[in-house]
Design a binder for this molecule. Structure first.
Ligand code: SPV
Ligand code: MG
Length: 432
């Protein structure tokens, strides 16, 4: 019987490397190509720039490919059970890094029935490099990046956003991939926190850092990343100013702005009622949202209304009434915030909001109620979870301790084993 050779693709463009894999597979048998599903792809690799259907068509059009199947499981269990290929052929680039776990797992699956894994030397020539750059362009340019948050909301059970406030923290959010319990995972989006952007500049979180400076932060991050950006717009400022902010953010390729229903001198929400903070009226804030929606030029950009009723202890009914009104005014999503350790009030809000509104995205920021998992939040209808300040809060004590110890010992030797090797920090940064 004719043998079968299987390979899984997750590319949007076919280059010499893929053709080489197909030709090696053909030498061994009937070629079946797996198309990694969108959902697996965004966890494993990067956001697809063409649809799953278009990728299937693309792979089918390659000479020598006899069949294309969808691979839903990035660890290959589904297709290997189904097809039991004699060979799995892959570029040898998956033998290092987080993908090594997949390599090893496939090898084990094949061994169980006498199949063979064939690792082909990875092709990296000028043409392949150019195609990599083309793909990067499609991910990083504003018109592609902007719409990606809406796409992600539809593609994944919960969008995970991590705080970034500089090129370096942006790179961490962009590049961190972990393998854990048989799954690879990475963040989907970045949150430009007003708290962390201000803290990085040594300033309080009171809308003191002006928009020009905040835009500079966005630009620093955008220059070195491709993931979509959610901008913390504080109160949005005066409505007459907010409409310009919306236009600027949209033009830059930011996907969403979240504005909170407060007015006057804004203080950080985690202070709650310990400081004086004033909530805007429903009418005032609805007018600001509506003006922002009128100002935007694309259908991609999102204006998300953040409700501070639970933070300011105005009650659940007030929060729900506001949510209804702000969606009515055109808000593309609702962020509900709380500073309680117990997630109960957040979950009650989500459940009650979802009873009457099945579709408007819900955003939460579990800084205080940090026991809740992403899966539990998704079960209660949450679409976006934001880890708003954990990178800053982990970096600060580490830096402070290093500074103290160098003062203490009058040299840097004692801190050295806590430091990232210089070589690693250099490889973090891409050279063009
Ligand atoms: C921020 O990260 O700046 C936020 C979230 O607005 S919070 O600090 O919890 O108010
Ligand atoms: Mg903020």
């Amino acid at each position: 019987m004719m043998k079968t050779a299987y390979t899984c693709f997750c590319t949007d463009i076919i280059h010499d490397g893929h053709l080489n894999i197909i030709s090696e597979a053909r030498k061994r048998g009937r070629v079946i190509v797996g198309c990694l599903s969108d959902e697996a792809l965004i966890r494993y690799n990067k956001f697809p720039t063409i649809s799953q259907e278009e990728r299937i068509k693309l792979y089918r059009s390659i000479e020598g490919v006899e069949e294309v199947v969808i691979q839903n499981d990035m660890f290959y269990d589904d297709v290997i059970t189904l097809i039991q290929p004699d060979y799995v052929v892959h570029g040898d680039n998956w033998k290092t890094g987080p993908a090594k776990a997949i390599h090893d797992h496939v090898e084990e699956l094949l061994r169980a029935y006498g199949g063979e894994l064939v690792d082909i030397p990875y092709t990296y020539n000028e043409k392949v490099k150019k195609i990599d750059l083309q793909l990067r362009e499609k991910l990083a340019m504003p018109e592609y990046r902007r719409k990606r948050l809406r796409q992600l909301i539809n593609m994944t059970p919960i969008v995970k956003a991590m705080e970034a406030h500089s090129g370096l923290t942006g790179l961490i959010v962009e590049k961190t991939v972990v393998e854990h319990e048989g799954k690879l995972d990475q963040f989907d989006a970045m949150w430009i926190s007003s708290l962390c952007d201000s803290t990085a500049k040594g300033k309080p979180d009171i809308e003191l850092v002006d928009m020009t400076s905040r835009f500079r932060t966005i630009d620093d991050i955008m220059e070195v990343t491709t993931k979509p950006i959610i901008f913390d717009g504080d109160t949005g400022g005066l409505t007459e100013h907010f409409v310009y902010t919306v236009r600027s953010l949209e033009r830059m390729g930011v996907s969403a702005v979240i504005i909170e229903d407060k007015k006057g001198l804004k203080k950080n929400s985690l202070f709650g009622t310990e400081v004086k903070q004033t909530q805007a009226t429903i009418e005032e804030f609805s007018a600001k949202i509506a003006a922002g929606k009128r100002a935007q030029l694309t259908d991609d950009f999102m204006i998300i209304a953040r409700i501070e009723s639970l933070i300011l202890e105005k009650g659940m009914e007030d929060a729900l009434t506001r949510a209804r009104a702000f969606v009515g005014a055109g808000a593309d999503g609702i962020m509900i915030h709380s500073r309680k350790k117990d997630p109960a009030e957040i979950l009650e809000f989500c459940d009650r909001f979802r009873e009457e509104d099945k579709t408007t995205p819900i955003v939460v920021v579990p800084s205080s109620f940090n026991v809740i998992t992403e899966a539990e939040l998704a079960e209660h209808g949450v679409n976006i979870v934001i880890y708003a300040n954990q990178l800053t809060r982990s970096a600060f004590p580490a830096m402070q301790k290093t500074a103290e110890d160098i003062l203490r010992y009058h040299r840097a030797k004692e801190v050295d084993d806590r430091l990232m090797p210089i070589k690693d920090i250099i490889t973090l940064i891409d050279e063009i």
